[in-house]
Design a protein around this ligand. Structure first.
Ligand code: CA
Length: 757
């Protein structure tokens, strides 16, 4: 019922300017999807992002305290600011933030005291437009550009009208120009930044100031008539004529104040009103979302699809700016210097190598090509390949997945970087330990090299590390092999089967293994942590992306393999909290999903439903892909089964809804599932179209009875990237009954290293 109501309200919601050729898809997007989250249980861990695709800056209402990772929580009923935001996860703090807050009657700077009540009934949350009316009748609207926004504050008639500019946490500076209706300034908040990092901003108002001053947000002291302030938490306030409507243009830069002014001129100079900024942003989003046009399916299905596609199109963010001649350059978060070219930041590769980047190779290959060169530039500036940049390197989680992005890009025809430079950077990564976090360089690299696995308990999460290192080594081997770099192929080729060294045949599970070769005692496959990362043995069993056939042989053949896949769903959803010592939200989410040990709310198992394709039961991949999509996703504030994670969990949905998934980034294949819609048209950057037709598709007809690709019978359980980008038609004959004869031959199975031999 809730879904139906939501779909109706979405359709009735903010109208977007639509060109004749471009259908209005923005209307389907609900940016509140996943915002009903808290520490113990996340339904997405998102905030109502108002931004352009992959934009440098985004905007959001703020319900949490300054510095709190929980920016906007759906269940809260008060807003304390509208902020320029960058954060990609509530588990990391934001950086370079400042905010505005309007109020009536009297000036209140204190962030706790100035909160204003609102209700969701008076809120519109779209990618190109956010609007909320407080109970006190003040209306705030926001429409974004890539490096700025236009806001509009409409105060109720006759009421004294104030606006506070808050410098958030850390150092800031402001300067007020009363005659020019302008404020300039900078903020420097966030962690791990190079000296010299500043977010410079320029703010232009279309109304004169009746009064103004500066303030400081720790003691909340106000200095009336002051036109400049610098120091921790400094901000400004303004008073407009009573009942004013105030339009505000704001843009910022990491390079300089002059560049901030140029960004404002370039992106907002021509816009006379917020409506123009909103309309332009709507056109940009409709073009971006229009890369996939879905037909058939319910309004709720479309809302889920385009809301997820929106979320899949936010990270990594463009960290570069354009000079007066339109040339890209940037402040490097890695060495604190200015460089020419492109730079992208704000993602954790552990999450996003799986689906978000593979999705970009289809939808945004030009950007992806720039990104791959930027990765190697970042390596030079940082001394290490990025793995977790927010925006500088933090080395969080595990694995060395930059090589997955690079190998995947190469496999898909992207030739914007030197593969030898990539391999050299990866070898350095794989044979050293960096200064930050386990995923900066390689934790346990010596033992991994000598023993063929990372020993446990000497290293925490050791078996998860072994599995991901072996996959990364496959990516290194793959890139080296296809580019004629035999030296590197020799090194990585020796290690890419190392997953076998942590498989215990007696329990048929991956397990922790000591330096002496002995298995870690007291094994319970439902036990989280220990040798695993944010999961248990049921979840990590399948992290052999590069060689599912090899894993199948290890597990005693296809029958045992598929029986174990079945068991993931049929096991009780029991949790042994293990080394976590208590329930973490991922455990709670697995229990709530009620699909046995299947934990889609976190990354390790997200590819698992597609593995039946490799072992003679492709219809089960079709069944479970549809089941996960329909059961665990919707477009509401509760719309994700766990953390969204910088586009990864959304990209899983987008790819799955198209009918395939990137089980093995680094190959040119996607394993088949079951599409959601009767017809899906992908418009590629090269001008070609790839169409997935499934005219009999319904919620019941989830099975592929037969298929043709460009008119020829197609029996494979995968689709090649080259088939997509060359354009064509994949036609699927859908049925309510599983087709147990299709896709069974060896050649029909997706790529596995052991199969390739
Ligand atoms: Ca996660």
């Amino acid at each position: 019922m809730k879904l139906k109501l939501l779909a109706l309200s979405l359709l009735a919601g903010a109208a977007t300017t639509v060109s004749a050729q471009q259908p209005d898809l923005v209307k389907y997007v609900n940016t509140l999807q996943g915002t009903n989250s808290k520490h113990e249980l996340t339904r997405g861990n998102t905030y109502p992002t108002t931004a352009l695709p992959f934009a440098m800056h985004t905007w959001t209402p703020q319900t949490g305290r300054n510095g709190d990772g929980w920016k906007y929580q759906y269940f809260k009923d008060k807003i304390r600011g509208f902020q320029q935001a960058h954060q990609c996860s509530s588990w990391t703090r934001d950086y370079a933030v400042f905010s505005f807050m309007p109020m009536v009657d009297r000036l209140v700077v204190n962030e706790n005291d100035r909160e204003a009540k609102f209700s969701h009934a008076n809120e519109i949350a779209k990618p190109n437009y956010y609007k909320v009316q407080f109970d006190n009748q003040i209306t705030t609207e926001i429409s974004p550009t890539e490096r700025g926004a236009q806001l509009r504050f409409t105060y109720p008639k006759g009421k004294k009208s104030f606006l506070v500019l808050d410098g958030y946490t850390g150092m800031s500076g402001v300067k007020i120009y009363p005659k020019e209706n302008k404020i300039t300034g900078y903020v420097h908040n966030g962690e791990g930044f190079k000296e010299g990092f500043r977010n410079f901003f320029v703010i232009c108002f279309d109304q004169p100031f009746q009064a103004y001053g500066t303030w400081e947000n720790k003691s909340n002291t106000v200095k009336a008539d002051s036109i400049a302030a610098e120091g921790p938490g400094k901000g400004a306030y303004l008073q407009f004529k009573a009942g004013a409507t105030v339009q505000v243009k704001v843009a910022s830069s990491y390079i300089s104040m002059d560049q901030a002014a140029l960004n404002l001129k370039t992106e907002l100079g021509a816009d006379k009103s917020l409506e123009q900024t909103k309309a332009k942003a709507g056109v940009i989003w409709n073009k971006s979302l229009g890369k996939v046009l879905v037909e058939g399916g319910t309004a709720a299905d479309k809302a889920t699809f385009y809301s997820c596609f929106f979320r899949a199109s936010l990270f990594s963010r463009k960290f570069y700016e354009l000079d007066a001649k339109g040339r890209p350059y940037y402040f490097s978060p890695y060495d604190g210097k200015i460089h020419n070219g492109y730079m992208y930041t704000d993602t954790g590769f552990w999450d996003t190598f799986r689906a978000q980047f593979p999705l970009n190779t289809i939808m945004h290959p030009e950007m992806h090509g720039r990104y791959m060169q930027a990765l190697l530039d970042a390596n030079k500036q940082c001394g290490w390949l990025p793995s977790w940049s927010f925006p500088s390197e933090a080395g969080s989680m595990i694995g060395n997945h930059a090589i997955s992005l690079l190998a995947d890009a190469w496999a898909k025809g992207i030739r914007t970087f030197d593969p030898k430079e990539a391999l050299s950077a990866y070898l350095h990564e794989a044979t050293n330990k960096g200064p930050w976090g386990p995923a900066n360089g390689r934790d346990g690299w010596k033992e991994y090299f000598q023993l063929g696995y990372v020993p446990y308990p000497k290293y925490r999460e050791a078996t998860a590390k072994t599995l991901e290192y072996a996959y990364d080594d496959y990516c290194g081997w793959q890139l080296a092999t296809t580019t004629g770099n035999a030296y590197y192929a020799g090194i990585f080729g020796r290690q890419m089967y190392n997953y076998k060294n942590v498989y215990d045949a007696s329990t048929r599970f991956m397990r922790g293994r000591g330096t002496d070769g002995a298995w870690a005692p007291k094994f319970d496959p439902a036990e989280w942590g220990g040798p695993f990362t944010e999961g248990n043995a049921w979840h990590w069993q399948w992290s052999v992306f590069q060689d599912i056939e090899g894993l199948t042989k290890l597990m005693g053949g296809e029958q045992n393999f598929t029986a174990k896949l079945d068991s993931v769903f049929s096991e009780p959803n029991r949790v042994n909290v293990g080394s976590y010592g208590g329930m973490i939200h991922e455990m709670t989410e697995m229990v709530m999903a009620d699909m046995g040990q299947y934990a889609h709310g976190n990354q390790p198992i997200q590819h698992m439903v597609y593995l039946y394709n490799y072992a003679g039961q492709p219809w089960k991949s079709q069944y479970y892909a549809r089941k996960v999509m329909s059961k665990l996703y919707d477009a509401t504030e509760n719309g994700y089964p766990g953390d969204e994670d910088q586009g990864q969990t959304s990209s899983w949905y987008v790819l799955s809804a198209l009918g395939f998934y990137s089980v093995t980034p680094g190959t040119d294949q996607y394993a088949l599932g079951s599409p959601v819609f009767k017809k899906t048209t992908i418009s590629l950057e090269n001008g070609k179209k790839f169409i997935i037709e499934a005219p009999e598709n319904t919620a019941e007809n989830v099975y592929i009875k037969s298929a043709t690709l460009n008119g020829k019978t197609y029996t494979a359980n995968f689709i090649r990237h080259s088939d997509l980008v060359n354009g064509g038609v994949l036609k699927l004959d859908m049925s309510p009954k599983p087709e147990m004869k299709r896709g069974l031959s060896a050649a029909d199975k997706p790529f596995s290293l052991s199969q390739a031999k």
